[in-house]
Design a protein around this ligand. Sequence first.
Ligand code: HEC
Length: 188
Amino acid sequence: MTQRNSRPSLLAVIFLFPLLFPIESLAKNPTPFEEISKQYPSTTLPILQSHCIKCHNQDKARGDLDLERMATLTELRREPRIWQKVLFMIENGEMPPKKSKQLSTEENETLRAWIVSYLDAESHANAGDPGRVVMRRLTNAELDNTIRDLTGIDLRPTREFPADSAGVEETEHRRPGCIVELRRRRSG
Ligand code: HEC
């Protein structure tokens, strides 16, 4: 290894760690369900009411989807797949249908942000020890190399980490936003 940095600084490493793992601290603190269900009637529901519920209600459940019944947290949490579908639809501009009044950029973002935080909380509620998994989104070798490249010190902090498993491909994607991505693809 060439010593690029003539004065490697331990401080750099200390400051670098939080930068390398910001997502981990995020991942440990998903929005509590209590907060999510409080946000729902004030931020999410009005958007659904003005753009979606006329086609997705109890009487007229287009695509077999009734969004009107989502009044309580229990209802909201009953079928996370519904929210994955809704997220998919609005991200891809498939809903509302082309002929209907479209979501403004702001409405789209508000709805999207709420769904993402809900799905994030849901996946944390269902996952065991997400911190470890999230932290390993870089393989051990990649992380060692990154630290060496940035600091010039061959510290190999991952000596302390468990060995990479064959499942790295998948765990790499298990960051909050990406869990959604992965599950969505699975659920078709
Ligand atoms: C003018 C009526 C209409 C409006 C408004 C509308 N939809 Fe739909 N939606 C449909 C129809 C019809 C289907 C079923 C056919 C299809 O998938 O294209 C559907 C299907 C869906 C599905 C897929 C359901 C499934 O299980 O496959 C989702 C999710 C969805 N809509 C979400 C929304 C959201 C979110 C909004 C508001 C932002 C919305 N829709 C607004 C008519 C509507």
